[in-house]
Design a protein around this ligand. Structure first.
Ligand SMILES: [Zn+2]
Length: 168
């Protein structure tokens, strides 16, 4: 079950109905796990069956998020003609020694891209104009996308653009 709550400077009020649905008793301690972009609130004490159930549900939630992403990207229709990004993954790992990065003023964590200049037989390596691409996608998600025939080209686009793909 999903509740939409509004966060405020003084904190966040968890609706009673949400606590009841999650069987979190009043007056007891709760454990709040802070993740990047998410919070997980656990009942303060868990039995072994409860812990297993919580772990399973967290796993299911992760799968639902991946399924949402696959739905947003849709099925792949013809990425192959334009060069499926899946094949390019290997080629995209460009290494540049630290001193060259420094001299070129490219930050250490910046992604690199290469342009080939055929006429002069040279390659120009520069900082990519984005922070994320398919190289930041976990392998298990790439497998899920590959098996389901979901579009990696679309996924790459959303990684690069960092546009909102979840929530309203
Ligand atoms: Zn595609």
């Amino acid at each position: 079950m999903k509740f939409i709550c509004e966060s405020a400077p003084q904190g966040l009020r968890i609706p009673t109905a949400a606590l009841n649905l999650s069987h979190i008793p009043y007056g007891g301690k709760v454990e709040l796990h802070t993740l990047d972009c998410a919070l997980v609130l656990l009942k303060g004490q868990l039995t072994a069956p409860e812990l297993i159930s919580v772990a399973k549900q967290l796993h299911n939630t992760a799968e639902e998020l991946y399924a949402h992403l696959a739905k947003v990207c849709g099925p792949c229709e013809g990425c192959e003609e334009s060069g499926c990004p899946y094949d390019a993954l290997e080629e995209e790992s460009i290494d540049l020694p630290g001193y060259l990065r420094q001299e070129a003023g490219i930050p250490e964590d910046a992604k690199l891209c290469a342009k080939v200049h055929e006429a002069s037989g040279s390659v120009i390596i520069s900082a990519a104009g984005y922070r994320h691409d398919l190289r930041d996608v976990p392998l298990e998600l790439l497998d899920i996308f590959g098996d389901a025939g979901s579009c990696l080209g679309e996924l790459e686009e959303h990684m690069i653009l960092e546009d909102i793909i979840y929530g309203s």
